[in-house]
Write a protein that binds this ligand. Structure first.
Ligand code: DX5
Ligand code: ZN
Length: 225
């Protein structure tokens, strides 16, 4: 992984909204346009209703992403995330993010993610207060603020998210703050201005007729704010 992948402001295309019959081509398209963080949404049908993808799909793109200097950013929306860390690390994940609501022992699990050689992230649902992760500064490399309720792409951005991002940035000043859900060229500026660094965008990129162009437009809006 390029150590630069998570530096600065990064728009991270989420393959949840990609055409899986053409996954490699879709990843190439956004990476050619400048993307360096590829976001992989894992759902188990328990923590959230849908079932999506697992380590096999992460592994299928990992070499391509790494060869282009990028990082595979795995977002686990699953119960018992600790049981899946080794599999995703083997699959080539560079970062693994767990939900604080899904794990009674987030400190231990985040440490285990680091021991597996990955960056460790903790995610919060919209209804979970920012200060619930206040004690994790020493073990969380990333904090992911959900700006929609997890489970589906294409939902509307929750308006209070920039304020929550600002609270998280103040609580965990050394962490990379990631925002996920409803990010597009209109919403990205508000969370960039609030102190977020990584902006996950699924439908706004892969739902567009021209994913590369959509990526460039959102990335420019993120930089401009
Ligand atoms: C939602 C996922 C997101 C999703 C975002 O539960 O965690 O990463 O792909 O999709 P958009 O950008 O369409 O809101
Ligand atoms: Zn996600």
């Amino acid at each position: 992984m390029s150590s630069e992948a998570f530096s600065g402001r990064r728009v991270a295309p989420s393959i949840l909204s990609a055409d899986f019959a053409r996954l490699g081509a879709q990843v190439a398209e956004v990476m050619d346009a400048g993307a360096r963080v590829i976001h992989v949404d894992v759902m188990d049908g328990h923590f959230v209703p849908p079932i999506t993808i697992g380590p096999l799909v992460a592994a299928s793109i990992a070499d391509q992403v790494h060869d282009a200097g990028g990082a595979v950013d795995v977002h686990l929306m699953i119960e018992r995330p600790e049981a899946q860390i080794a599999e995703f690390a083997r699959a080539g994940a560079d970062s693994i993010t767990i939900h604080t609501e899904a794990d009674r022992h987030t400190n231990r699990t985040l440490s285990a993610i680091r021991e597996a050689g990955c960056l460790a992230g903790v995610a919060l649902n919209p209804g979970t207060p920012a200060d619930s992760v206040a004690e994790l500064g020493g073990v969380a490399d990333h904090v992911l603020c959900m700006s929609v309720n997890p489970g589906w792409g294409g939902q509307a951005f929750i308006a209070g998210s920039p304020d929550k991002v600002a609270r998280l940035a103040a609580l965990l000043p050394d962490a990379v703050i990631e925002v996920d859900g409803g990010i597009d060229a209109d919403t990205v500026g508000s969370v960039a201005g609030a102190g977020a660094h990584v902006f996950v965008a699924g439908s706004a990129i892969f739902g567009a007729a021209d994913p590369a162009g959509a990526y460039r437009t959102i990335a420019a809006a993120a930089r401009a704010s």
